[in-house]
Write a protein that binds this ligand. Sequence first.
Ligand code: ADP
Ligand code: MG
Ligand code: MG
Length: 893
Amino acid sequence: MAKLVYDFSEGGRDMKDLLGGKGANLAEMTGLGLPVPPGFIISTEACRAYLATGDVPPELAAEVDEHLAALEQGMGKRLGDPVDPLLVSVRSGAKFSMPGMMDTVLNIGLNDESVQGLAKQAGSERFAWDSYRRLLQMFGRTVLGVEGFEPVLEEVKRAKGTRNDLDLDEADLREVVGRFKALVQEHTGEPFPQDPRAQMDLATRAVFDSWNGERARLYRRQERIPADLGTAVNICSMVFGNLGMDSGTGVAFTRDPGSGAQGVYGDYLQNAQGEDVVAGIRNTIPLADLEGLDKASYAELMQTMRTLEEHYRDLCDIEFTVERGKLWMLQTRVGKRTAGAAFRIATQLVDEGLISEDEALDRVTGAQLARLMFPAFGADDDATKGQTLLGRGMGASPGAAVGKVVFDSATAVAWAARGEDVVLVRRETNPDDLAGMIAAQGVLTSRGGKTSHAAVVARGMGKTCVCGAEDLEVDLEARTVTSPDGTVVSEGDVLSIDGTSGAVFLGAVPVRPSPVVQYFEGELAPEQGDDLVRAVHRLIGHADDARRLGVRANADNTEDAERARRFGAAGIGLCRTEHMFLGERRQLVEDLVLADGPDAQGAALDALLPLQREDFAGILRAMDGLPVTVRLLDPPLHEFLPDLTDLSVELAVAEATGQQVEPKRHALLDAVRRLHESNPMIGLRGVRLGLVIPGLFGMQVRALAEAAAQLRSEGLDPRAEVMVPLVGAVQELEIVREEALRILAEVGVEALVGTMIEVPRAVLTAGQIAEAADFFSFGTNDLTQMSWGFSRDDVESSFFSRYLDLGIFGVSPFESIDREGVGRLVRLAVEEGRAARPGLKVGVCGEHGGDPDSVHFFHDAGLDYVSCSPFRVPVARLEAGRAAAAARSGETG
Ligand code: ADP
Ligand code: MG
Ligand code: MG
């Protein structure tokens, strides 16, 4: 086995896999010549061996001996020596910082004898006994699992009439130590281990074991941290912040992690050790006040912080201790920050000459940008304090929405039209609720998960949504929502929903709009905005310069198309046409389905044509000069017809009560029965529909061509593209293409005719299909569904959470593209399509087009563009730029 133990002077920041984050950075600081107390690191490899075999590897003890001996020699002290003891801390430290791992144990090496030596050396009995009681407390709790130390300490303080631990004197602390030892004896049946080396080894094992503790496992699963990394153990010689008022301990950031502002951010606590500063033991002082207490240490700390920022070229957070006027650095790492701070800091660092603009793109993410685009309730807790929480669902689409409760789409539209803010409340939503969802400030459902219709549609629109608030009872008849405690909310009452936390409040919680959205909307010029808006402006600008991928939008109405354009979309990659057949137009679809001959069918289509033409004209106008890809009708026809059960019941009731029914209703019932399918997603839909219903696709192509001709006559520059869905064989495409080209020629308009690639067979025959296609556009939702054999509408709520738990996938393949499986199909189709037709234009229009991770994949796979919902356009622009910048610096994968 390779070396298992490394001195702080041997490692560096890029050895996190082996030394953990804390160890690698301690080594880095040591290498920089910063004042780090000497020590060594037991590697993650030792931990992995321990976890695999249940015992530490046999060679570990000798290596630790060797490093300990060197440490002792350097320090001129021996671990736990009765006269002049060396003390150490044993600290966990995995590759990724992980709350839930074992807490650090300080002052290892103290026992009944060495405590006397420490007192003499330091000239303070109080200090030595304070250190010993801390060891007992930390070791007892985290290594031995003994509880009950706190109450003893509280009791001694109370007896003394104080709440401040500094008021305890040597005698009090001796008493505490005695009682702590008794506690250990009582709970473990054995005395507190007096052997210093045994203390160190037991603590090391406890750190290893904590890798598989319940909290750590839970955290890993949430954060998608692999379960097999293991943790390192840092053995670090002690320095003491509890040696008196000229000593202390603190934490600091090199910049404000909340806003990104430069300055001194931190807390300091005099005469204290370790976690005291964050544990709220006593009131800390602002770091700036350290200057007045100890000018030299403060100056050195500031200098050290500058050194670290220049070295890491990023915001760092640090932990330090002052021992009798001497500064010691105990930890640093590149610090976490809010989304806003990430953007501000990235541009600050560019201005300071520390990083390049390409690197700045690496310091922000699309997910952070998305977070900045949602309206929010004011600063978290303050804004919602004192509000009545009605219930909680899942935060399905972030943001904050306030409005009057409405229970159906029509009411939402009507009330919004007269200028009211409304929140649409449903048990669950369906495509007919779309108009109401658009009109509403937010959507609340009592059923369905994060992939329910409400959640998916709301996210796409950038609309706040809380779904699956199951403890709220939605009564659509009575038009009320009832909370578990019996509060009844009626239509027209005001609710506030938080799409991040899932909280539902009664009444209006104050909301502020996102300045970043105001900027993208063009309502706020960058010069008028604050530094956040200017930072977003600069980074998105650089991303646009860097990126190779085009970004288009999925939009099927004029409003969305206009917004997409303002948000920077270079066209429309997917204009769905199904929404254009809903609402009042259902009637015309019914006529089409019920038509008893070509004449009746033609009449129904003729009625639809001008409506479609108007739809297309609005969108082409909004996207003047840019491509608009119109997908011919995709979903099964019965989606436009009444539900089979509903209609059967309606007619049965009518018959039983002797009511008169239009004969057409009976014919409709027959049609619904005829069209009913048990697997509609793989039934009569997409291109199949176009081949079975003569004239349907032709009508759509004609409407598009006529709309384009009309705009051209107005002097505009419409660029229509026709896209055929669900093609699996080139013959299907050829038939539709031929008809489309004929109609385009008749109207005198040119347009590309291409196909979606969303059926596995289309991938496998991509070379043939490319012969008949001017472009490919991957429908990765269907492709995922058909590759895995998953029914998307069902599986996400039935077994996906089990699959995630089992690690079969780390994230839903509908959320981020499955690179190994579906991704391979994408690469194959690109390769064979372009081989058959060089320069074939290829895009993607599934929801993956707006997913940051997937955007990187599509960049790598050589696509020409991604298409996503309008609100995701800035995110995709940023991620496409990041992908290109990363590829340039050779950091891909
Ligand atoms: P965490 O991972 O929870 O931050 P650490 O290992 O950093 O745990 O330890 C917590 C605190 O304990 C440190 O911030 C520092 O104040 C203190 N500490 C750790 N090791 C030492 C040491 N060798 N000397 C003095 N204080 C230490
Ligand atoms: Mg720490
Ligand atoms: Mg599809």
